[in-house]
Design a protein around this ligand. Sequence first.
Ligand SMILES: Nc1ncnc2c1ncn2[C@@H]1O[C@H](COP(=O)(O)OP(=O)(O)OP(=O)(O)O)[C@@H](O)[C@H]1O
Ligand SMILES: [Mg+2]
Length: 215
Amino acid sequence: MDIVSFVSQKGGVGKSSLARLLAVHAARKGLKVMIADFDLEQLSCVEWSAQRMRNGIEPEMDVRPFKSLKKLRKLESDFDLVVVDTRGLADQLTEEISEESDWVFLPTGTSMDDLRPTLALARKLGRTPRLSNKIQLILSRIGRSGKQLSDARIIINEAGFSALSEIWPHRDGFLSEFDAGRAGSEAANPHLRAAAELLEAEMFSQSIQPPKKPA
Ligand SMILES: Nc1ncnc2c1ncn2[C@@H]1O[C@H](COP(=O)(O)OP(=O)(O)OP(=O)(O)O)[C@@H](O)[C@H]1O
Ligand SMILES: [Mg+2]
């Protein structure tokens, strides 16, 4: 079982939306996927999956609330992939989840207000030896300014980290799709869909271990 987590030091950066995007993509690829929702205050992913079910959107996604890692570890053999959505504020549990993860994504905006806490968290998590090369930033909820984006990439690289080459563009059109229980890749608008598909493919290829071929 692979565990891929979405964590951040700040709220509202796109963790839940990106967790859902990756999970739906992996499910379409035939993996047995669960989203583990550790954000018990909001349960954004749990609520989203209920809405998805009400609207009869396929594939149906298995999304469950979790309070501790212990319960998650027990499901080791039941899933190929667990996508973990964490709380807005990175706490002790977020760190523990990250340490157990095979890959950690940190969504971030391009402003210094976003980059500073994100890079601080990346450094903190990176001190765990097995995580040091499994932390990746995702430039998330990005507007139309190419300059802001390229400046942010420079800052990230200078800090010794990397961001995915694809970004998560901020588009108002996504909101009604999310509200209806869809992932970005399931948007009716082909431009939105195309942007989501580029990102989900890169998230998937970076984070998910290819199945081992028999020797
Ligand atoms: N690409 C996008 N375009 C427009 N709005 C977006 C996009 N991605 C996310 N949003 C919206 O931004 C808000 C925050 O996104 P999301 O809930 O995914 O972030 P989060 O990091 O999980 O937040 P929290 O820390 O509160 O759990 C939500 O209202 C969501 O619908
Ligand atoms: Mg969330």
